[in-house]
Each structure stands twice: as structure tokens, then as C-alpha cells.
Ligand binder design. Structure first.
Ligand code: MG
Ligand code: MG
Length: 307
């Protein structure tokens, strides 16, 4: 039977505000484990990571809370890699988006080991491609894509010889808030960006088909990183970085179903849920519903009418 491994990553230090540390608990209360079990998966819940801050980075001033972010990066790199190597699908319960520095690095290592290229689908209002040189805030949840793509300027958190993700294999959907320097960097490095206008003009189905065609053409593994602010704040209010004009529930749901049908998805991050800002658990429940769709739940039966 297929198995998934839940890895709680209660990091909030990458985000510049408190609250995301409660995310893993909220996702469990909303039933992430039972819904996956009901879909036929064996669910291993490895609990929450709580790594000791990496003291060697204590003097770093530009990158906020680097000792904590570095510790989570190392712990998640190891945990995600181990789960994938054991034949399970790692699902990282965030926590802020800095956690993807570790989860994607772990998956890049696994992909290299099995001889397949790693693709990343970044569902987010933000490109998260800042570097230590371009960051306006110093908050590391705005930097994970630049980190796992091997951009220069980051401290040596992981060994230098670790595999990186090719920027041209990073697909971003839902983008609607990008810093100026980030915009230049993304274009220079060939990150594939489908902003909200592209989603409006072409539709979610055509957009996802394009991404999946690229993954399938190279027999790739796909890591999905789902930032709650990808959704419109009307349906996902529990996030510290709301940007109006996000994806609707129907768009997100269709994307999840198409990803499920493809069979390409190897791992998932669910990030930036801040239960302190949520409306009675609404965002947590929406995220669990979407995860269920990604792992095979069909909400709409399509019965054939008998003649
Ligand atoms: Mg993000
Ligand atoms: Mg975001």
C-alpha cells in the first residue's frame, strides 16, 4: 500500500512574525492524517522536528534567525530524504516557507540518487527568490527558491556538493507580488512564472498541463510547495502575507486533481498557515481538503444517467 510520511516543521522564525509554529497542530486537528488514511494510504506521522539552533551562525545579522532556519534546513533535508528513500511520500506540515530550503534539498538528493530530474511546482503569491544580497527584509521565507537553486551569497548551511534544482525546472503559479530585484533574477535564471494574469487568460487546466508535460518529457519527480497565500484571502485568511486576487477554491482544486492524475508528485510542503490569524480553522480545513484532492479524493461524482 502506498505510504505517506507527515513531518511537522513548526518553524516561524523565517516569517518575521509569530504564529506559523502552530501550523502543524492545526493541520492535524483539521484531519490531515485521517483523510489520507481514508484514501488508502499508510500514514506515518513522524511528529514535529525541534532542532537545536545552529550556533555557528549566531553572529549573522542580515539573515534573520539564521541559526533556527539553518537547523530546520538540515533537519528537513535529512528527514525528507529518509522518507523518500524509504519509498514514502514526504508531506511537510509547516511552518513558514523557509522550510522548503530543507525539504527541496532533501528531494533533490533523492532525485539524483534515483537518476531523475527534480521539478518544483511553487504555488504562491510570491516568487521567494530573494538572496542575502537582494532581500528587503532579511526574512528567510522569501529566499527558499534562490537557496535550492544554488544562488550565490548564502552561508554554508548544507555541504556545497549537494544537488541543486535547475531554475528552469521551477514552475511558479499564482505569483502576484514580486520585489524588483527578484523580478530581474527570475528572468535572468529562467524560472517559469505563471502569474495571476496568465492563470486568468489561459485557465488553470492549460497552465498545469504545460507544467506536467515538461515533467513527463524528462521523466521527472515533482515536488509541490503549497503556500497558503496562493489562495485568495477570502478562502484562506489564515496567513501573514495575504495578497488580494488569489486562486479560487475551484482553480486550486482542479490543479490538485490534475497533479494527482499525473502520478508525478513525489512530495508536498504545506506552508505559511498561521492559525493565530485564521478564522475558526477555515484555512486549515481548506488546506486539508486540497491535500486530499492531491492524493486522490474525488469530490464530484460524475454518475452516468441511465437511459
Ligand atoms: Mg512563499
Ligand atoms: Mg507567499
Amino acid at each position: 500500500m502506498a505510504s505517506v510520511t507527515l513531518i511537522g516543521a513548526p518553524i516561524e522564525e523565517g516569517s518575521g512574525r509569530r504564529g506559523c509554529s502552530m501550523g502543524p497542530t492545526a493541520l492535524r486537528i483539521a484531519g490531515i492524517d485521517s483523510v489520507l488514511q481514508s484514501l488508502g494510504f499508510t500514514v506515518h506521522d513522524s511528529g514535529d522536528l525541534k532542532p537545536e539552533p545552529a550556533a555557528e551562525f549566531a553572529a549573522e545579522a542580515t539573515l534573520k534567525h539564521l541559526p533556527v532556519v539553518a537547523a530546520y534546513t538540515r533537519a528537513l533535508d535529512a528527514a525528507t530524504f529518509a522518507a523518500a528513500e524509504a519509498g514514502s511520500v514526504p508531506i511537510i506540515l509547516g511552518g513558514d516557507h523557509a522550510l522548503s530550503m530543507g525539504s527541496v534539498s532533501g528531494m533533490a538528493r533523492h532525485a539524483e540518487k534515483v537518476g531523475r530530474p527534480l521539478f518544483v511546482l511553487w504555488l504562491d503569491a510570491h516568487a521567494d527568490f530573494n538572496t542575502p544580497a537582494t532581500t528587503p527584509s532579511g526574512n528567510m521565507h522569501g529566499m527558499p527558491v534562490a537557496f535550492f537553486c544554488g544562488q550565490p551569497g548564502f552561508p554554508a548551511i548544507l555541504p556545497e556538493d549537494r544537488p541543486k534544482v535547475a531554475p528552469a525546472r521551477v514552475y511558479q503559479i499564482g505569483i502576484r507580488s514580486v520585489d524588483e530585484a527578484e523580478r530581474r533574477e527570475i528572468a535572468t535564471h529562467g524560472v517559469k512564472v505563471f502569474d495571476m494574469r496568465a492563470l486568468d487568460e489561459n485557465g488553470a487546466a492549460a497552465t498545469v498541463r504545460e507544467v506536467l508535460a515538461a515533467v513527463e518529457a524528462e521523466n521527472g519527480l515533482l515536488h509541490v510547495s503549497f503556500d497558503l497565500d496562493f489562495l485568495d484571502p477570502d478562502i484562506g485568511p489564515g496567513v501573514g502575507t495575504t495578497v488580494p486576487g488569489g486562486a479560487t477554491f475551484r482553480e486550486a482544486h482542479l490543479i490538485m486533481e490534475m497533479l494527482c492524475d499525473s502520478g508525478c508528485v513525489a512530495s508536498l510542503d504545506i506552508v505559511e498557515l498561521n492559525p493565530f490569524l485564521d478564522d475558526r480553522g477555515r484555512s486549515a480545513r481548506v488546506l486539508v481538503e486540497l491535500a486530499a484532492s492531491l492524493f486522490g479524493r474525488r469530490i464530484l461524482d460524475r454518475p452516468t444517467r441511465s437511459a
